[in-house]
Design a protein. Structure first.
Length: 291
């Protein structure tokens, strides 16, 4: 299956796609471009919102449809889409100037999980945090290098997590009431010849879809067996993240990047940094709201 270009955004580091059912829009971010985008699924209109911070994640906020919670370098911020105002919300490693947030997700109880990393990829410098409804910031995993894809299974008894340089998807037993994690196994081993695992989503059959950096695609795996089941090909190398959405939750959007591209790279892969879409024949889940 081939993904098709949805919007030629030209992101430096496109990431963090998220479906917002109530607005009928896909959101995604450009981390190094310090901006986030909204694509209206019905009209095809795109709005770019420029920030003064590296932004790595966008999530729905409480019961408001015009407000988003953003993970940015140094912490969390609230963004009002109506007034276009940015309000600082909580600190996360704000004192470490070379650290920034990266990927994350909201669990079934409305807690935000977000990872951090060193901007020069220092091994083990980052961590994974849980932020609860009172904005308490709790470190759940440490020694993380590039905190990336994060999803839960259907009944929220397992959490799957990617630390990119490990080339694995790790499975943790998950206590949804307390947020406690217990390492279970390496659910998937990623062949280095197919790129490095980045963002991830899960479908209604419990299969994992992993965007693979320098792998020209999104790969589908069975976390029970570790088996590679299929691939959505993307015509650019730096495939960064994926998410299900659309009215039927059957559309996958895929973000890409052009990080450290040479002029030759830009000519060879002109669609890099664009937003792509595919219809993989299976549905995903509506993302949770931060509460």
């Amino acid at each position: 299956m081939e993904a098709v270009l949805l919007h030629a955004a030209g992101c430096l580091l496109g990431e963090g796609p998220m479906w917002h059912k109530e607005r009928g829009s896909f959101f995604w971010v450009d981390i190094d471009g310090k901006a986030f985008y909204e694509y209206n699924f019905l009209t095809g209109d795109v709005k770019k919102r420029q920030l003064n911070h590296r932004v790595s994640l966008v999530t729905k906020y409480k019961h408001f449809n015009d407000r988003l919670l953003l993970a940015v370098q140094g912490g969390l911020a609230l963004y009002d889409l109506t007034t276009e105002t940015f309000t600082w919300h909580a600190d996360i490693e704000k004192e470490i100037l070379m650290h920034r947030t990266n990927d994350g997700a909201v669990d079934c109880n409305g807690n935000l999980w977000v990872g951090t990393m060193h901007r020069q990829f220092v091994q083990g410098a980052g961590a994974l945090y849980r932020i609860d409804q009172q904005l308490n910031v709790e470190k759940k995993l440490e020694g993380v290098t590039i905190s990336n894809g994060l999803v839960w299974n259907y009944d929220h008894t397992k959490m799957y997590f990617i630390d990119t340089p490990l080339h694995t998807v790790r499975s943790f037993l998950f206590d949804s009431a307390t947020g406690a994690l217990q390492f279970e196994k390496n659910a998937v081993e990623i062949d280095k010849a197919t790129g490095s695992p980045d963002g991830m989503c899960i479908d209604e059959e419990g299969m994992l879809w992993v965007a693979q950096w320098n792998g020209f695609g999104v790969y589908r795996y069975n976390p029970g067996t570790g088996q590679l089941l299929g691939k959505i090909s993307v015509p650019v190398p730096q495939v960064s993240a994926c998410a299900f959405g659309g009215p039927e939750l059957d559309t996958m959007i895929i973000t890409t990047a052009q990080e450290n591209f040479s002029e030759e790279d830009k000519i060879k892969y002109p669609l890099s940094g664009g937003l792509f879409m595919a219809k993989p024949g299976v549905r995903g889940f509506d993302p949770e709201r931060f509460k």
